[in-house]
Ligand binder design. Structure first.
Ligand code: ATP
Ligand code: MG
Length: 353
């Protein structure tokens, strides 16, 4: 069986460092390892519209921004197909058929969707499209016969829902679709990077992000303003490293060579944590170190982004060609789906037979 990746992001804003450690880095590594036959990376504008119906201009503006972020991180259009979701109507059609295979109580049980409904104050009036976006995500994944989906931990319920739909479809209509697996980052701190405000998840919609395109001064200001341990009031107080965003970011971003370069007094992260817990280590010292680490990690991404910003017509062509290629792959699957569902009426004069 072909090894295929499908993954993507909503164009609701520029991409942030949560995307970087949670999914983008893994995608680039998988792309460059060359073990996958096909890689599809989707800009999920139709999904973004499920909670931004009144703001189409926001979604439209962010399509190029997300594409720039991809290219900046090292997604290579010669190896990966970047495309725009709404330009592939086959995905919408597939969603419509899958809706019949899922119950309302099942979509209401999805814990990620539940949390997002609370965040968006949708409790009183949930757009039907928003409640059903996991079904459309199942359409996106299966349309490309994806076997692997590199994503953050919040996507686990979506993958579970997708596998249920695949199993149900194959049971009812015969073996047609492929069950995907999620590929989570191996580093625990990267599964769900918290926001700089200490909220459980850095998220475009929560405005608590460090963006890949942030200038060095913005990164520094954000790091220095980060939420830390509220009980660590004075430098000499003992502090908590567990659940402390600054230390979670260090887990996600720092490598031994960063200590040698920026904080040689410490042998590594364990020693730094130990000192913080004991007391006597100030937040400013830790934040300054985190800032140096993040500047080192993000500098080359920002530089590469700036180069692509000078070549927007080329980015446009990449998206156009990628979307065409993706559409033909999705149309192939749709052909098989219609056949399995016996709704290919005009194929070989089917209705007459
Ligand atoms: P929105 O607030 O519009 O939902 P988002 O910031 O949650 O935006 P998405 O486009 O929904 O971003 O997510 C794209 C991918 O990035 C998914 O695979 C998701 O798991 C991953 N991701 C998003 N935020 C984080 C995070 N804070 N930590 C780890 N992975 C993340
Ligand atoms: Mg999200």
């Amino acid at each position: 069986m072909k090894q295929i990746i499908l993954t993507g992001d909503r164009p609701t804003g520029r991409l942030h460092v949560g995307h970087y450690v949670g999914s983008l880095k893994e995608r680039v590594a998988l792309q460059n390892a060359g073990q996958y036959d096909e890689i599809y990376i989707m800009i999920a504008d139709a999904q973004a519209l499920t909670d931004n119906a009144e703001h189409p201009e926001k979604v439209r503006q962010n399509i190029m921004q997300v594409a720039l972020d991809y290219l900046a991180c090292g997604i290579d259009p010669d190896k990966s197909t970047i495309f725009i979701q709404s330009m592939i109507p086959e995905l919408t059609e597939l969603t419509f058929y899958y809706m019949n295979l899922v119950t309302l109580s099942r979509v209401q049980r999805n814990p990620t969707v539940k949390a997002e409904i609370r965040q968006r104050n949708f409790e009183a009036s949930i757009p039907v499209g928003f409640l059903c976006y996991p079904i459309s995500q199942a359409a996106d994944i299966t349309a490309f016969r994806a076997t692997a989906v590199p994503a953050g931990e919040d996507q686990e319920p979506m993958l579970e829902q997708c596998r249920e739909i695949v199993r149900r479809f194959n049971e009812v209509y015969g073996e047609t679709l492929v069950e995907p697996q999620i590929v989570l980052p191996s580093n625990q701190a990267c599964l769900r990077l918290p926001g700089i405000d200490g909220k459980a998840k850095m998220s475009k919609s929560l405005g608590n992000c460090i963006y890949l395109s942030d200038e060095p001064e913005e990164i520094k200001a954000k790091v220095m303003s980060m939420f830390t341990d509220p009980t660590h009031l004075r430098k000499d107080d003992p502090g908590h490293t567990e659940g402390n965003p600054v230390f979670i970011y260090l887990e996600a971003f720092s490598r031994p060579e960063h200590f040698a370069e920026f904080l040689p007094e410490y042998s590594g992260l364990e020693e730094l944590k130990e000192h913080y817990r004991r007391g006597g280590l100030g937040d400013v010292t830790v934040k300054k170190f985190l800032n140096s680490v993040m500047q080192a990690e993000l500098g080359h991404v920002r530089e590469r982004r700036k180069l692509w910003e000078q070549r927007l017509p080329e980015v446009y062509e990449i998206l156009k060609a990628g979307t065409e290629a993706a559409r033909s792959a999705a149309a192939n699957t749709l052909h098989d789906v219609r056949h399995a569902m016996q709704i290919d009426y005009f194929e070989h004069a089917g209705l007459l037979n």
